[in-house]
Design a protein around this ligand. Structure first.
Ligand code: F6P
Length: 319
């Protein structure tokens, strides 16, 4: 293999740059040229790509976001759009593609592979919602950002004896919420995997108050309920001041922490190794501390991400 492409797609995640850097440097070390595709699948469709050198990825290991840019591009579901994309790659003699992103990005890679174009997926998303890996690139950094915000909210909510609701990203995966609830010492957690029982929450707040708790932090995953409305209902029910904070896109930014940089470097290196070995339609993971790779179709269609019941049970003991 002599020429490969790399792109980032979907929501950006801290550590994506470290992964691109690893793909570029490991490929160059094996005499493989690398093309960076800008703005994800949208850029691939437009033919927005450029050859990358060692220098292109200098000073990138510590930078948040993705210097290649990213986009959500639902049009890639169309076969004709993908055909154009493959033509753009072939025009430059690019023989395979490394896709760094979440499950929507994996779907694109799967479809390209099914059309005979070799692709490898690297899990890059803050959500930690990809099967076949214990951690996705960006999860740990995002978690730290959330916990930092929760620490700050704790200061102000305890000063004012308030209840604080914190809405966390994660799409339909509660990992960021659960882990940040444990790390931030919150009083209650609401997860999509468990569902939301409002009466139980009210009861919990009242029990906490009866035992002398002056403030409470409630962590909740986005899309479960409207947190601003929930804050109003809690105030009405308990008579206690309640504020809702939606952390929003702050969670996606920032310099990747060391864990994500190392994870991204290992995954980028593995992607290049797989391509050198002639593999395609694989996705990379970290499981039990080891680099692994799985069939991307199985990953999307059959493998399940196990819910961390152990952590959920622990959080209930600690609250
Ligand atoms: O997948 C990453 C993520 O940040 C999710 O947590 C969130 O639901 C979504 O992307 C937000 O997407 P956008 O940036 O397109 O609004």
């Amino acid at each position: 293999i002599k020429k490969i492409g790399v792109l980032t797609s979907g929501g950006d995640a801290p550590g994506m740059n470290s992964a691109i850097r690893a793909v570029v440097r490991c490929a160059l070390a094996n005499d493989i040229e690398v093309y960076g595709i800008y703005d994800g699948y949208a850029g691939l469709h437009k033919g927005n790509l450029k050859q990358l050198t060692r220098h292109s990825v200098s000073d990138m290991i510590n930078r948040g976001g993705t210097f290649l840019g990213s986009a959500r591009f639902p049009e890639f579901k169309e076969e004709s759009v993908r055909q154009e994309a493959i033509k753009n790659l072939e025009k430059h003699g690019i023989e395979a593609l490394v896709v760094i992103g979440g499950d929507g990005s994996y779907m694109g890679a799967k479809k390209l592979s099914e059309m005979g174009y070799p692709c490898i997926g690297i899990p890059g998303t803050i959500d930690n919602d990809i099967a076949g890996t214990d951690y996705t690139i960006g999860f740990m950094t995002c978690l730290n950002t959330i916990v930092d915000a929760v620490d700050r909210l704790r200061d102000t909510s305890s000063s004012h004896n308030r209840i604080s609701i914190v809405e966390v990203m994660g799409r339909y995966c509660g990992d960021l919420t659960l882990w940040s609830a444990i790390a931030g010492g919150s009083e209650y957690v609401v997860l999509p995997e468990i569902g939301f029982d409002e009466a139980e929450l009210f009861e919990h707040i009242e029990t906490g108050e009866a035992s002398g708790k002056k403030h409470a932090i409630i962590m909740i995953t986005e899309h479960v309920t409207d947190v601003t409305e929930l804050a109003k209902r809690i105030e009405a029910k308990t008579g206690r001041e309640t504020r809702a904070t939606i952390l929003g896109h702050i969670q996606r930014g920032g310099s990747p922490m060391a864990f994500d940089r190392v994870l991204a470097s290992r995954m980028g290196a593995r992607a290049v190794e797989l391509l050198i070995d002639g593999k395609s339609a694989r996705c990379i993971g970290l499981q039990y501390g080891k680099m692994v790779d799985h069939d991307i179709i199985e990953c999307l269609e059959e493998m399940e991400r196990p819910f961390r019941e152990d952590l959920y049970n622990l959080s209930n003991v600690l609250f």
